[in-house]
Design a binder for this molecule. Structure first.
Ligand SMILES: Nc1nc2c([nH]c(=O)n2[C@H]2C[C@H](O)[C@@H](COP(=O)(O)OP(=O)(O)OP(=O)(O)O)O2)c(=O)[nH]1
Length: 137
């Protein structure tokens, strides 16, 4: 089982309205679908260090992490039989997010429209959960 980390990048950690979605450019089976920026945790790396590294590589940003979006399986969100993801709310503190690596488009989704893009299948339940918790704040 491999651990993936992802960031729910939002405009405001206390009252999230806009969420950043990233469109994958590869591999062909996943290209064109939308995901949270992030990636696999490398051996010897902590999950949050991996997340900061991936966000710098993929988007060119430095972020502040907020609370973890705790998933239903040992705190994780199951993606595939081989992959699980841990997710943190996050806010950009330095930089302007650009699709530098792995993505060909970024989109800030407005409040109430977080489900409006074609998310990877493993993300659908997570995005629905995040939308409902965000709207309760
Ligand atoms: N980053 C990210 N990956 C996701 C999400 N949902 C989802 O199913 N995945 C899957 C897609 C990939 O199979 C896997 C993440 O691997 P990746 O290929 O992005 O990781 P990486 O950048 O570290 O790349 P590599 O080491 O495999 O080259 O998790 C998501 O929301 N964010």
């Amino acid at each position: 089982m491999r651990l993936v980390v992802g960031a729910a990048l939002v405009d405001d950690l206390r009252r999230p309205r806009r969420l950043l979605a990233a469109r994958r450019s590869a591999p062909p089976a996943l290209a064109g679908r939308w995901e949270l920026p992030g990636g696999k945790v490398e051996p010897g790396e902590t999950p949050t260090a991996a997340l900061h590294r991936e966000l710098a590589e993929e988007l060119g940003v430095v972020v502040e992490l907020g609370a973890e979006v705790v998933g239903p399986v040992e705190g994780c969100w199951p993606l595939t039989p081989e992959l699980r993801m841990r997710v943190w709310w996050a806010r950009i503190v330095t930089g302007d997010a650009q699709p530098l690596q792995d993505h060909d488009e970024l989109r800030w989704l407005q409040e109430g429209e977080w489900g409006a893009v074609d998310w990877l299948p493993g993300d659908v339940a997570l995005i629905r959960h995040m939308g409902s918790t965000a709207s309760q704040r």
